[in-house]
Design a protein around this ligand. Sequence first.
Ligand code: KG4
Ligand code: ZN
Length: 342
Amino acid sequence: MIKEPIILGIESSCDDTSAAILQGQKILSNIIAGQDVHTKYGGVVPELASRAHQQNIIPVIDQAIKQAGVSKSDISAIAITRGPGLLGSLLVGTSFTKGFSLGRDIPMLEVDHLQAHILAHFVDTGKDMPKFPFLCLTVSGGHTQIVKVSDYFEMEIIGNTIDDAAGEAFDKTAKILGLPYPGGPHIDRLAKIGDENKFSFPFPKIQGLNFSFSGIKTSFLYFVRDGLKINDNFIEENRADLAASMQKLIVDILIGKLKRASKETGIKQIAIAGGVSANSGLRDAIVAGEKTFGWKTYIPEFQFTTDNAAMIAISGYFKYLKKEFLPIDFVPYARALHKAKK
Ligand code: KG4
Ligand code: ZN
């Protein structure tokens, strides 16, 4: 029997340092180190992120190898996020990768961070995997896209945000409500105890399959400001209801466009990916689509929603099968490679 290759995946594009080991599609380890250093600044500080990656990267990789129960000499190839992301952060991961590849004489595999969020669905966890073609709603701190996925690396962006990402809408809502960064999980937690119908905000009217989130952020800011003019305790007294109402609006916007995309393409295999796919309101709404729209839905395990290296390793595995290796002089890229169709 042919032994499946063992792939070390590394992710360092933003503020999580992560390393994972996969054998074929089977996950052996997935270690994620977050960076608390940004909390007090209310957002990621690029220079601090790259310094923290430098401190974390060796211990995180060591732990991933140990937990997987393999030795360095077992590793067949190393997969790395080449972009998009913060250049300083990406440089930490890509420089380590070059050194490791040279030192161990193993090939390097290039991974696009956004494609990796989607391909996380192919890590073997015993659950059903999406069948091609499927639609994936990729929602993170930096991106909001509807992607038509026809094969592992055949992806077409059919909807995109024209301004903020859904994750930013969550984070900015949280900031206005005095909650720490990243705010998405705090909004999610509060929304569970709040009344989602207490407040309503104007629904953005954007053509086609594209999204806009900057308008709802501004109307929320003005709404809270007006509330504070009348009542100093407006936020304290209404925090959970405000969180729930905004979460509902963001989820409704996302589901509305996904519904339209499914109708236009005739595709009913629906997946979600990215940090915001951890949101319980969004997860529930997607699953509800099975009954209302006849969808077959794929919801990632929590460990594969926010940034993680298992998604990098699985993407690298598919590149390994195609023998697509990186030359030693490759450089990272900061901006997304693919743009939405006009
Ligand atoms: O994919 P990710 O880890 O990093 C990027 O590539 O951007 O996504 C981070 C984003 C943040 O905006 C964070 O607030 C959001 O995902 N997020 C959530 C939840 N967990 C993380 N948003 C809403 N609800 C959650 N439970
Ligand atoms: Zn991400």
